[in-house]
Structure formats: C-alpha cells, structure tokens
Design a protein around this ligand. Structure first.
Ligand code: PLP
Length: 459
C-alpha cells in the first residue's frame, strides 16, 4: 500500500545528515546511512517519505496506544492552545487541565498513590521520583538512606541519574555515571537462568540477590529499589512468576521504598492503566509513567506517590523547605489536555479490555516463529514482545553483536510492510493497542518472511 507523497527523500536525507544529531545513533554511520523518514500516519500505520506504508509494530517508541490520526486529539490540543497554551505550575500556580488530569489518573492508581508530580517525559519522571525519595529521607531525618538498587538491563532514562540507574552494559561507553550510590543486581531473565535451575529456584535467587544487597549495604543506607515490572528496553524480560510481589516484600521488611517504573507498562500496554497491582500484585510507594500517558501525541510524564510519603513532607514543620525540582514544561496544560482526551479514548473504546482479549493471540502468533532455526526465545506479555535470536538454539549461544542481526531483520521487514525495533540481536514489538487480529497476522507473516530471508542469506 502506498500514498503519493510529495517529499524529496534524498534532499531531506542530506539536510538531516548536515544538521540533526539523532539520539542513540551509530555515530560511525551517522553522516552516511539511509534514513527512514516517517512522514504520515493513520491508525496503526505509518508512511515513509516515499509513501510506503508500514504497520507500526513499535507504536512509535512503545507509546502510541490509541493509534495515529485521531481528530479528537487534534481538536483537544488545538482547543487548549487557543484557550490557554501555557502556564508553569511552579509554586502556587495551577491549571484546570493539570488538576483534572491528576484527579483522573489518581483514580486508577493502586493503594494510596494519589499525588501526581507532572514532568516532561519518562526520564524526568524517574529522575524526579528518585530526587523526591532523597528529599523524603532527608526531611524525615534519615539522610544516610542514599543508595539506590536497580537491575542490569533496566532502562530508566537518559538524564545523569536515570542513565546511572539504567543497566545495559553497551550503553556505558565514554559517559560518566553515578556509581557510589547506585547498585545493579543481575537481570531476572528466566531464559538465561543458570543451567539446571527451575524457574521457581531462579525466582528465589533473584529475590535473595535483592535481600543480600540490602544487607550488604545496610538497610539504613538503602533508599529504594527501582524496577520496571517487565524490563522493556532491556529486551522485554519477564521476571519469574512472583518476583515483583516478593521483591516488594523484601523492601517492606527493610524499610526500602519501591519505585515501579511503568513508563512502558502503563496505559493499557499490559491491559491495565497501571499494571503494578492488577497484573503483578504490587502496590509500590511510587509509580512513574509517561509515553502512553498521552499516546505520544505530545510529551508528558509523571510520578505518583503515596499519601504516606507525601503527607510526611507536607507537614507544618516543612515550612520554608522546597522540593527544588521541576521543569518549565512540567504539567504543560496542552499535554494534560491531550492526556485527558487520550484517557477518554482508552476508556470509551475499552482498549484495556481489548489488550486483555487480543494479547494472548498476539503472543501465540509470534511464538509460532519459534520453529525457525535462529529464534531462541519469544517472550513478553499482552502487547509487549521480544524475539531473541541465537547462534545455537540448544546451547543458547548468543548471536555475535557484529552480525547486527536485529537490523538485518528490520531491513527485511520494512519492504514487507512492518516496522519493528531492532536492539542488537533482539527484535521488539509493542504495537498500538488498537491492533486487530488481521494486522497481527500481517505482522507475523512479514516477520517470518524477513527471518527466513536473513537466515538464507547467512547459510
Ligand atoms: N523508563 C522506562 C521504563 C522507559 O522504557 C523509558 C524510555 O524508554 C524511560 C523511563 C525514559 O522515558 P523518556 O524516553 O520519555 O525520557
């Protein structure tokens, strides 16, 4: 399917190479490589600048829950721009969309997480949450609680602190990170668990890793444990059953706060607005969110914090103390108006239920690709999925990084009408929540064709 678009792809590519610095680009190829210039979009599809249509298997960057081209979103955004485009929420200033949106989100939050701090995206949400934790312990007379426990292969953002609590080894070249107070546990990846260990034993081990780390550092020195319920950018890693609940219990035992990073898993991706409690039986102290919060139409992030923590820092004795953290675009009224409309659509179209209904089909269709020789693991939940390619399925020997396997696969899926996300030897999918069974079939066929083509080229 194509559209007749009037873009000059060659000229745009030249200008891009001359002027744009892309995030996460291979710098060795930055000035020479072909670009995918996404020019138009509709429903679950995007169109490149040559008018070629592709199913958006990544939902943008795990975020376009309601799909593209929603007129009512455009109208809600335009209406807020006309009415009152911007005011900062610093100090005692507020805006109606921010107030209304915080109230609506808080209704979905588990437990008593009723207080919302709006930011500009996921990194600033996590960064702000971590700083809030610091403030909380400082103010409540426990300043030694500074240490943060996280996991290898976690991804929590691109600020100094959030990059420090992220844990992909390959992302650490040349840049500096906070290492004194940040501690990475081994990744709870059942596919790569030690030989001979059952999944239940592996869960025991992962939970013990956390407890041992807290004891090693001393509970009086540990502020929080931060965890995505499923590790998204680390390769859609689904921890062993019971892990989330049991790690929370360990945190409770030692007075360590639990931050559940739902930047990806929230807003329907796992069939719930917040997955922590309904999916993982986890009521954390703080939840971070972004991405699906506005379906990516405009930037916004937030953290939600419990009554218990918020009430502790909003007492009369706090007079003159400030949580000196905020952004010009915190609680942007246009973003909050978009968030409200996004939530209207998710509720009206029952998209969480749709994800719960279609998720098993999505997983089943892609699990069928396990019959192919280089597909080592197909894992995920609901509308989050990852294929891990291996050199040898029996030994699970990893695919050499220099094979650039994920990229090769995507180069083959694109002409077949599917855009997915390559990550080294992984291919990741997280389509818009509106995806249909027919579109899932389309995506699975395209991926199968691509894997076969790349495999044949290697033989
Ligand atoms: N937290 C998680 C779990 C994420 O996956 C991401 C981004 O992918 C972030 C935080 C950072 O969000 P942002 O890119 O909006 O800053």
């Amino acid at each position: 399917m194509t559209r007749n678009l009037q873009f000059d792809t060659a000229a745009l590519t030249e200008q891009d190479h001359a002027h744009i610095i892309h995030p996460w680009i291979d710098l060795g190829q930055a000035k020479t490589q072909d670009l995918l210039i996404v020019a138009e979009s509709e429903g679950a599809y995007i169109y490149d600048s040559d008018g070629h249509r592709m199913l958006d298997g990544m939902g943008g960057m795990w975020c376009v829950q309601i799909g593209y081209g929603r007129n009512e979103m455009a109208e809600a955004i335009a209406e807020q721009v006309r009415r009152m485009a911007y005011y900062s929420p610093f100090g005692k200033i507020s805006t109606p969309p921010a107030i209304e949106f915080a109230t609506r989100i808080a209704k979905y939050a588990p437990g008593d997480l009723k207080h919302v701090f709006f930011t500009t995206g996921g990194s600033t949400a996590v960064d702000s949450a971590l700083r809030f934790v610091q403030f909380y312990f400082g103010f409540t007379g426990r300043p030694s609680k500074q240490h943060i426990i996280t996991r290898e292969y976690a991804y929590h953002g691109s600020t100094y602190l959030t990059a420090s609590v992220s844990g992909k080894p390959a992302d650490r070249a040349y840049l500096k990170f906070e290492t004194e107070t940040v501690h990475h546990l081994p990744v709870p990846n059942p596919y790569r668990r030690p030989e001979g260990m059952t999944e239940a034993e592996f869960c025991d081990k992962c939970v013990a890793d956390l407890e041992n780390k807290i004891l090693e550092l001393g509970p009086d020195n540990v502020a929080c444990f931060i965890a995505e319920p499923l590790l998204a950018s680390g390769g859609v890693i689904v921890p062993p059953k019971g892990y989330q609940r049991r790690t929370l219990e360990v945190c409770r035992k030692y007075g360590v706060l639990y931050i559940s990073d739902e930047v990806v898993t929230g807003f329907g991706r796992l069939g719930e607005i917040f997955a922590s409690e309904p999916v993982f039986d986890l009521v954390p102290d703080i939840i971070t969110t972004a991405k699906g919060l506005t379906s990516g139409y405009v930037p916004l992030g937030a953290f939600l914090v419990s009554d218990r923590l918020y009430d502790a820092v909003t007492v009369p004795e706090a007079k003159g103390k400030y949580f000196t953290n905020g952004f010009t675009y915190s609680a942007h009224p246009v973003s909050c108006a978009a968030g409200l409309k996004n939530l209207d659509i998710i509720e009206r179209e029952n998209l969480c239920q749709h994800v719960r209904d279609i998720g098993p089909y999505f997983m089943k269709k892609f699990r069928e690709l396990s019959d192919l020789p280089l597909v080592g693991d197909v894992r995920g939940s609901h509308l989050m999925l990852c294929l891990e390619f291996v050199k040898d399925k029996k030994t699970k020997e990893p695919m050499p990084a220099e094979w650039n396997f994920g990229n090769r696969i995507i180069n083959e899926t694109m002409p077949r009408g599917l855009l997915a996300r390559p990550m080294g030897h992984l291919v990741v999918l997280s389509p818009p929540l509106i995806i249909t069974k027919a579109q899932i079939d389309e995506a699975a066929d395209a991926l199968r064709g691509a894997i076969k083509a790349v495999t044949d080229s290697l033989m």
